[in-house]
Design a protein around this ligand. Structure first.
Ligand code: AGP
Length: 607
């Protein structure tokens, strides 16, 4: 996600752009930039780092101009640096663009534009948009942008401005949000409502496929070249509520963003014929064949993603996988080498223990692959190979969409290795990628039932001890569910392999104590049923997470929540959702600080 702002009116644009960007930094903050048009002079200023760095860089040399555009970046293509910051311009500097999204065919466009004589300065996908405008401009900026949109594929919220056609901003959206704010003798464009509220509450929400022309006194919107009439919405939110898009907490907003996060992480990594295209892996077939072991290293929730990865890799690739918490791994003198692939997983890419583990793996000669959500993070710069989760900024301390997209990347990684080495038949890969593409809809369907889960939360919120049990993949998810509950509701939550209960923990199972039982693995149903009977025999309250169509497990328990049927290997993506929501609502009901729980930080950059 990135933050976009545009202004055209009678006031000096610069302070309005900076103020708007400051309200959008939660959407991305690794670099920022503005472009202003004064008379027919275009000026661009941009800087790596937070918005404050841009302001420092500009200092007293505040640029003039009553129209302009601004951008805060969350990098997807091209590391954070001055040159990769937006706005981007064409060869002449007469056309500027800001963009939120991913231009999937940017490489091909870049190569073609080079043959047309265009010179590129940045590593970004966005810059191709500016050169395409230059390529197609024949006096009418809107006509040029129409042609650009016919050439590009992917997702975009974009704003274009040119000194060759002053007096109007052209903007368009597909899969990334864009809002127009209506003023008196002035108009605004933004990726999100918080940037507008200081100036106007009258808004037009652009829809996918729409293109708008915004001048000081007029806004026109078209779709496929035909003018459309748009409804004007009056926004009732305050700024803080608007940053959360009306959700009470960032965590709930990020839970709801998970379908999009999965789609974005899958985007352009599954080919039209259903095979995997994880180009970033960059492991040759002979390097794959020399692998004898995989080690996954991470902390907290990322570690739990690694546990799912273990099951997936061992099932699909029959490759031994060790999973270790980074704080243990780094001090146990692990057995590594060029035959051991080390996968480090880190949302922030800055966790101290995980960084140390990665550096140790490199010292010992192991190939390293990093899975991270932050472009330009330390782990992404040092790992050698990096595969991004495109979840967008995760603000809540409790990780949700990052975890889900870590799972998606681990599935893609296993399938890519299996595909490259011929270990998995193509037909099986196609069936699995088809199932992966269905997950966003399945996740959305679960989230729609959040009121049911809220009711379950009311039944556990007053307990100080709870248990999560599961077998196989369900045990890995039980661990993640227990971490979510304890870290945001402060209820002690212990996850246990269901088969282990009789070896001690059963002594703690007393009347009505909450036990969350995950039973999604068909080959383990029978065993789970006996474990559920064990705890029911001690009168525990049992909430079971089961597959649609499983009419047996529900007979044994107090409450049951069904997840859509999918390939059993993918159920962690679905079974974790009710656990995230259960934890969220228990935390809210207990009056906890959901987004910033006590004693915790979003990224643990110290030992
Ligand atoms: C997860 O909800 C926690 N916030 C925490 O366990 C987190 O997953 C862990 O600190 C690892 O962070 P990273 O993914 O940024 O390395």
């Amino acid at each position: 996600m990135c933050g976009i702002i545009g202004y055209i009116g009678e006031k000096q644009a610069y302070p309005i752009l900076i103020d708007g960007l400051s309200k959008l930094e939660y959407r991305g903050y690794d670099s920022a930039g503005v472009a202003l048009l004064d008379e027919d002079q275009l000026e661009i200023m941009k800087s790596v780092g937070r918005l404050s760095k841009l302001e420092e860089k500009i200092g007293e040399q505040v640029p003039f101009g009553t129209m302009g555009i601004g951008h805060t970046r969350w990098a997807t293509h091209g590391r954070p640096c001055d040159m990769n910051a937006h706005p981007h311009s064409d060869c002449t500097g007469e056309y500027v663009v800001i963009h939120n999204g991913i231009i999937e065919n940017y490489q091909a466009l870049r190569e073609w534009l080079k043959t047309e004589g265009h010179l590129f300065r940045s590593e970004t996908d966005t810059e191709v948009l500016a050169h395409l405008v230059e390529q197609y401009f024949r006096g009418d900026l809107k006509a040029a942008v129409r042609q650009v949109l016919e050439k590009v594929s992917g997702s975009y919220a974009m704003v274009v401005m040119s000194e060759r056609d002053p007096g109007r901003l052209i903007c368009a959206r597909k899969d990334s949000p864009l809002v127009i704010g209506l003023g008196e003798g002035e108009n605004f464009i933004a990726s999100d409502i918080p940037a507008l509220l200081k100036y106007t509450r009258r808004t037009i929400i652009l829809e996918d496929g729409e293109l708008a022309e915004v001048s000081r006194d007029n806004v026109t919107v078209e779709r496929c070249g035909q003018l459309v009439t748009k409804e004007v919405f009056n926004v009732e939110w305050d700024v803080v509520a608007a940053e959360k898009e009306g959700f009470e907490h960032f965590m709930l907003k990020e839970i709801h963003e998970q379908p999009k996060a999965i789609r974005d992480t899958l985007r352009s990594r599954i080919t039209a014929d259903g095979l995997v295209n994880l180009a970033e892996l960059n492991l040759a077939e002979d390097e794959i064949w020399q692998l004898r072991k995989v080690v996954m290293v991470a902390c907290g929730t990322a570690y739990h993603a690694g546990l799912v990865g273990k099951y997936v890799f061992e099932k699909l690739l029959r490759l031994p996988v060790e999973v270790d918490v980074a704080s243990e791994f780094r001090y146990r003198n692990p057995l590594l080498g060029e035959d051991t692939l080390v996968v480090v997983i880190s949302q922030s890419g800055e966790t101290a223990d995980t960084l140390a583990a990665m550096r140790l793996a490199k010292e010992k000669g192991s190939p390293v692959v990093a899975i991270t959500n932050v472009v330009g993070s330390t782990v992404s710069r040092e790992a050698g190979r990096v595969i991004y989760t495109w979840a967008g900024p995760e603000i809540a301390v409790a990780s949700t969409k990052a975890y889900i997209t870590q799972l998606i990347v681990l599935y893609l990684l296993a399938l890519q290795i299996g595909q490259s080495a011929g270990l998995i038949p193509e037909a099986e890969i196609m069936a699995m990628t088809a199932a992966l593409k269905k997950l966003p809809m399945d996740v959305a369907g679960i989230i729609e039932k959040e009121d049911v889960i809220k009711e379950f939360a009311s039944r556990i919120k007053d307990w100080e001890d709870t248990f999560f049990i599961g077998r196989g993949l369900d045990y890995a998810v039980a661990l993640e569910g227990s971490l979510k509950l304890k870290e945001i509701s402060y209820i002690h939550a212990e996850a246990y392999p269901a088969g282990e209960l009789k070896h001690g923990t059963l002594a703690l199972i007393t009347e009505n104590i909450p036990v969350i039982a995950l039973a999604t693995q068909p080959d383990l149903y029978e065993k789970m049923w006996s474990n559920i009977k064990e705890v029911k025999a001690r009168d525990a309250y049992v909430l079971a997470i089961v597959n649609e169509g499983d009419n047996e497990t529900g007979k044994e328990v107090d409450d049951v929540f069904e997840i859509p049927a999918t390939n059993p290997i993918f159920t962690p993506v679905l079974s974790v959702i009710p656990l995230q929501l259960l934890s969220y609502y228990a935390s809210v009901m207990r009056g906890c600080d959901v987004d910033k729980p006590r004693n915790l930080a979003k990224s643990v950059t110290v030992e």
